[in-house]
Design a protein around this ligand. Structure first.
Ligand SMILES: [Zn+2]
Length: 68
């Protein structure tokens, strides 16, 4: 069965309202579903804020459940 081609959308890593531009280094191609999921999870956080959030979650997880 042929895979349905997904339409890609442009996500701004630094939001336009925070001064992010349309340069390639600030754009991430995501299909619509993933783009919606990103904003559902991370709202308009920039990439550094998302990474920092995930690092805090990882640290919190290891405090509850230390890695073996
Ligand atoms: Zn976006």
């Amino acid at each position: 069965m042929k895979k349905k081609k997904k339409r890609l959308t442009k996500h701004h890593l630094v939001n336009r309202c925070m001064g992010g531009g349309n340069e390639l280094s600030n754009l991430l191609a995501l299909d619509e579903k993933r783009h919606q999921a990103w904003h559902l999870l991370f709202h308009n956080l920039n990439l550094d804020e998302v990474i920092s959030l995930l690092q805090r979650l990882k640290k919190a997880k290891y405090e509850i459940e230390p890695p073996m």
